[in-house]
Ligand binder design. Structure first.
Ligand code: CTP
Length: 402
């Protein structure tokens, strides 16, 4: 999945021949899953039509502070556009528009919006080769970059003038690749490796039967997706579930039993920065697994059980700098029991679920949790979707490294 997915992008188009390429640019943004609003300078409408761009972006396109033809026209609020956007891209950025951006000359909606934008601003210059090298253009580049704006350099090649050289706006595919690389590099968990356990475990009784539980794996998968979306390298060790990781970068290791989950976790734990145990691991397993299917010969039948290894506690024993997060599902004296688990398993953070809270627990799409950290700071959270809970958990990890 592209880092642009779900991003709100404000595309500012100024008046150069390269404006015709913005139709492809908008298409690529939409394909990447972004939402796009387009603002044009009046001059750019000579090169590409607002109708093309509104059709492709599925949003109205604006170029003036209000629509002069419409008696009931509303003010096109540049401040609102600026606040709406996660990212603003000015492409093509002509010498004229860049000079206005550099001096704050807000004589059109695009520049007024640029001056109101709080999000990162990228600009992709486009002009003829001599204009591109002119000292005043170079001054604009310098000024805009000193404001924190990010330049997507022009490419070399044939220019509209017939001359050949540097000044062509970067190709739409290259602009998308530039933005994706830049945004990925800035994700808060970039460079961090996270191990996550999810799902139930199945403990074999015989070749066809097992002891399991109702865990769907959703909580662990949501945490894995959030972590990967924030740039982490994720290893997801999951018991049997029908779920698939949404983020394609997640390394999924499928296991069945607690013992297999234990072994997979220990294979990776040393190399990770963070481990989050969201699996509902069976606490007991049959002491003897029958080699053949057990026949219903007797009226009564008993299975002798033995304890499985506590995976989380075993990671707590060997942890060095890893940030270790566990879950606790409690029915009484919740806070006290959770605090004991923090100490017993050497955790940095515990995510407490109380079965007394409505909407929490197995098979639900919502969860209500309380965070307790190793210093016993307690932070109750509201009832939320599991995705939102996963985001809160990953925000705790981000805060730890901030
Ligand atoms: N866990 C684990 N391996 C186990 C059992 C539990 O890694 N064999 C992890 C779970 O993934 C969870 C945490 O330990 O993050 C808490 O598990 P829980 O079953 O609530 O607690 P227990 O320590 O098993 O204590 P009890 O069942 O007695 O409450």
């Amino acid at each position: 999945m592209s880092v642009l997915s779900g991003k709100k992008i404000l595309l500012g188009i100024s008046g150069g021949i390269a404006a015709y390429k913005t139709a492809s640019l908008v298409r690529l943004f939409i394909k990447a899953g972004a939402e796009v609003q387009v603002i044009m300078t009046p001059a750019s409408k000579d090169f590409v039509t607002p109708l093309t761009l509104s059709t492709l972006s599925k949003n109205p396109v604006h170029s003036t502070f209000y629509d002069e033809q419409d008696e009931n026209a509303e003010w096109n609020n540049h401040v609102e556009f600026g606040l709406w956007a996660d990212l603003m891209l000015i492409a093509p950025a002509t010498a004229n528009t860049m000079s206005k951006m550099a001096t704050g000359n807000a004589d059109n909606l695009l520049i007024a919006t640029y001056l109101s934008a709080k999000c990162p601003v990228y600009f992709a210059p486009a002009m003829d080769l001599d204009m591109y090298k002119h000292p005043s253009t170079l001054e604009s580049f310098k000024a805009l970059q000193s404001f924190g704006n990010i330049m997507i350099p022009a490419e070399s090649g044939e220019l509209a003038s017939g001359l050949s050289g540097e000044g062509r706006m970067a190709e739409p595919e290259n602009i998308i690749a530039f933005l994706e690389a830049d945004l990925s590099a800035k994700l808060p968990l970039k460079g961090k490796k996270i191990l996550i356990t999810a799902g139930p475990t199945y403990e074999a009784i015989d070749p066809v039967r097992f002891i399991g539980n109702h865990s769907s794996g959703k909580m662990g998968f949501d945490i894995a997706n959030q972590a990967a979306d924030q740039g982490a390298e994720v290893i997801l060790v999951s018991g049997p579930t029908h779920l698939k990781p949404k983020n394609g970068s997640i390394k999924l290791i499928s296991v069945e039993s607690a013992q297999q989950m234990y072994e997979a976790c220990h294979q990776y734990f040393e190399s990770v920065d963070v481990a989050i145990a969201a699996a509902a691991v069976a606490d007991y397993r049959p002491k003897f697994v029958a080699e053949q299917k057990i026949k219903k010969a007797e009226a009564d039948f008993a299975i002798e059980l033995e304890k499985t290894k506590d995976i989380l506690a075993s990671l707590g024993e060997i942890k060095k700098n890893q940030f270790l997060v566990g879950f606790a599902l409690e029915t009484e004296n919740e806070i006290e029991h959770a605090k004991q688990k923090i100490r017993k398993k050497n955790l940095d953070l515990i995510v407490l679920n109380s079965l007394n809270d409505e909407g929490a627990g197995f098979g639900k799409s919502t969860n209500k949790i309380t965070f307790i950290d190793k210093d016993f700071n307690i932070e109750p959270m509201p009832l939320q979707s599991k995705e939102a809970v996963a985001a809160d958990i990953i925000n705790k990890v981000i805060a730890h490294y901030a």
